[in-house]
Design a protein around this ligand. Structure first.
Ligand SMILES: C=CC1=C(C)c2cc3[nH]c(cc4nc(cc5[nH]c(cc1n2)c(C)c5CCC(=O)O)C(CCC(=O)O)=C4C)c(C)c3C=C
Ligand SMILES: [Fe+2]
Length: 414
């Protein structure tokens, strides 16, 4: 199906049905699957899609440095990105003429590699880094207090080339080509205004955000995401993931634009799988605090047994789940949405493999930061993991059909 007929096909579907897309932002769940690959997730909504949305199979995450110093050009970039993102998430090519319908004498508006792929449940989620508020764009007084600079954690080995950035886009899709195409085209649109700083591919969702999805496994072979809040659990998401009107307004009136948004911490965590694979099953289970087969907490029987209700004598004090459990951190929870990665080998006989950890939360000062402080100090898993990349992002709320990403920040009164 070429660009034009694909666009017509989807348009006809939208006209005929008018419903059935996944309401990604609001966490709604009606899914339209016209044919394999054509399933779409609604782009506009109260919250950005790609957070509470059931996790897709593939990730392409990119951090950008803004290269212009003009606030108008920054706003123009986010507007242009939004228009292109809305089209791609609907399964349409970028631009009026897409990949093949423009002038043969001009470069096509769309790079074309996803022409026949469908939307693939693509979601594109934008984040704003602390450095965007450094004064270049007159935004310093709108930096939300919750957008902290992450502290140094014991044992981390961060590579500056895998850290930070002014802007981020998380592209998730069921087809890796669709996710890669989206980042490539947004990068192309950004030319002269922003440039890629670092990027990460991920696969095989390493966390589920829906009880309907079987819990996937990470590269240690353990089920990951069992204790995650459900993406359709509106009350829990309101309490732990979405920024509430009072949060921004009470802390700092200039940050009211974040209401309905969230904060994302992204960590590239290398997993020393060679050492892990020489570790006994019993030791592996004691490190995680769960059984490898069923994923039950040690001392329990079933995957969904509560970690804080099993016999404490069976669950080592240094186990990952015991230390990360909300009962240790004033009830704080995060929505984990990580992906496995394998980036070749390190040239020394080891796979360069691990977890690209993504966690959305209402306030990182009460969630990721204290949990990671505890883990960095005490987690038995530290022997097998190394944090090599780090970033934190303010993820603005979702868009109206005519709106654009971060409009409230760039054009609003505060
Ligand atoms: C700071 C937060 C966390 C980091 C960093 C982290 C890294 C990390 N985790 C695993 C594997 C598992 N984690 C599991 C549970 C779990 N992990 C965190 C937080 C961080 N993990 C939390 C809050 C929880 C939930 C605790 C609970 O409420 O019980 C599990 C168990 C299954 C599950 O509930 O998801 C596994 C397995 C790896 C491999 C890793 C770094 C590479
Ligand atoms: Fe974990």
């Amino acid at each position: 199906m070429n660009a034009l007929s694909r666009r017509g096909f989807l348009g006809a579907l939208a006209g005929a049905a008018g419903t059935g897309v996944l309401a990604g932002g609001a966490g709604g769940v009606a899914l339209e699957r016209a044919r394999d690959g054509d399933a779409t997730v609604a782009f506009d909504g109260e919250h950005q899609a790609g957070i509470a949305t059931p996790v897709q199979g593939h990730l392409h995450f990119a951090a950008f440095d803004v290269t212009t110093t003009s606030r108008a050009e920054l706003a123009g970039l986010l507007r242009d990105w939004t228009v292109a993102a809305r089209a791609m998430c609907a399964g349409r090519p970028v631009g009026e003429d897409g990949a093949v319908d423009g002038s043969p004498l001009a470069p096509p508006e769309d790079t074309g590699e996803a022409l026949d792929a469908g939307a693939g449940r693509l979601t594109l989620t934008v984040g704003l880094g602390p450095s965007l508020f450094d004064g270049r764009f007159g935004l310093a007084d709108r930096r939300p207090p919750a957008l902290v600079d992450l502290p140094a954690f014991p044992g981390e080995a961060l590579d500056p080339a895998r850290c930070g950035g002014d802007l981020a886009v998380q592209a998730c899709a069921d087809d890796p080509q669709v996710a890669v195409h989206a980042i490539r085209n947004l990068t192309r649109i950004a030319h002269g205004r922003a440039a890629i700083r670092w990027a990460q591919l991920g696969y095989g969702r390493a966390a589920s955000t829906s009880p309907d999805q079987p819990t996937p496994r990470n590269l240690f072979g353990f089920k990951d995401g069992t204790a995650n809040p459900g993406g359709d659990d509106a009350a829990t998401l309101a309490e732990h993931v979405w920024v509430q009107p009072d949060d921004a307004a009470q802390q700092h009136p200039g940050a009211a634009w974040m209401t309905g948004g969230s904060y994302l911490v992204a960590r590239r965590i290398a997993m020393v799988v060679e050492t892990w694979d020489r570790t006994s099953l019993q030791e592996q289970e004691q490190v995680i605090g769960r059984t490898k087969g069923a994923g039950a907490p040690l001392g329990g029987t079933h995957e969904r047994d509560e970690v804080d209700e099993v016999d404490p004598a069976a669950l080592p004090a240094s186990s990952h789940v015991r230390l990360a459990h909300p009962s240790r951190h004033g009830g704080a929870r995060m929505l984990r949405r990580g992906f496995n990665y394998v980036d070749g080998s390190d040239g020394l006989g080891h796979l360069d493999a691990g977890l690209f950890f993504l966690a959305y939360q209402r306030d990182p000062r009460h969630a990721f930061v204290p949990v990671q402080q505890t883990l960095a100090a005490q987690d038995a898993m530290n022997e097998y993991v190394r944090h090599t990349g780090s970033s934190i992002w303010a993820v603005p709320p979702g868009t109206s059909p005519e709106g654009f990403w971060a409009e409230g920040l760039l054009t609003g009164a505060g």
